[in-house]
Design a binder for this molecule. Structure first.
Ligand code: SAM
Length: 219
């Protein structure tokens, strides 16, 4: 359940800090009309992704899990001239909506949408790295594999953001569902990997109680 005050605060923050944007709002509208699930990041979190990527001067960004392209458009706004973004989506219907969103935004030239299962696509990206920023937001059971792939495509200083890691508190349940297991195994991997350093921010808002992991490649 979502506390109505969380939604009220989200509305207030969006009203103050996130002006309407034809491209992003269009991506959400097109996703809704096409019947895609309403599981894009919240606007405040999309903007956080942009600010993080901008803050570190990311020029190459990788996203796993495109949906209708909403988070992709936030990330693309962080890129300087000459920057590039690769985003991976397995569902052809989602990919088609996202392609339309990128074209309407005039960003089809810098966003490279790879349609396919991420575990098939990721090994083909070796020659295109290193990526400065990686956003992981696809099927949760594969999270440990995605973190491992992200590490092979990274450089020291790369920031990996892993979404939906708190799962209404279920992350603490060792017998949780397969999504919880995917998150827990990913965090185990991060904890055991000396080249990675991380924390998790818990969040509340219109999407309920969740959180994201911020994982830095240190070496
Ligand atoms: N990042 C998007 C946003 O915030 O706008 C939301 C992504 S949605 C939570 C997850 C997406 O991952 C879905 O579109 C789903 O089809 C895709 N997906 C699921 N399994 C996948 C896989 N094995 N490879 C690539 N994409 C996958």
């Amino acid at each position: 359940t979502v506390d109505p005050r969380w939604e009220e605060v989200d509305r207030y923050l969006v009203d103050r800090l996130i002006p309407p944007d034809a491209a992003r709002d269009g991506a959400l509208a097109a996703s809704g009309s096409a019947g895609l699930p309403p599981i894009a990041v919240a606007p405040t979190h999309g903007k956080l992704l942009m600010l993080l990527a901008q803050g570190m001067g990311a020029r190459r960004i990788l996203e796993i899990g495109t949906l209708g392209g909403y988070s992709t458009l936030w990330l693309a706004r962080a890129l300087p001239a000459g920057g590039r973004l690769v985003t991976i989506e397995a569902d052809p219907r989602h990919a088609a909506v996202a392609r339309g969103s990128f074209a309407r935004a005039g960003l089809a030239g810098i966003i490279d949408l790879r349609e396919g299962r991420a575990l098939d696509v990721l090994p083909t990206l070796r020659g295109e790295g290193p990526f400065d920023f990686v956003f992981i937001d696809a099927d949760k059971p594969s999270n440990p594999d995605y973190v491992a792939h992200a590490l092979t495509l990274a450089r020291p200083g790369t920031l990996i953001v892993l979404d939906n890691v708190v799962r209404r508190g279920a992350v603490t349940d060792p017998a949780g569902d397969e999504a919880v297991q995917g998150v827990r195994r990913a965090l185990d991997l991060v904890a055991a990997e000396p080249r990675l350093d991380a924390t998790v921010i818990q969040t509340v808002g219109e999407k309920g109680w969740d959180g994201f992991a911020l994982i830095r490649v240190v070496g």
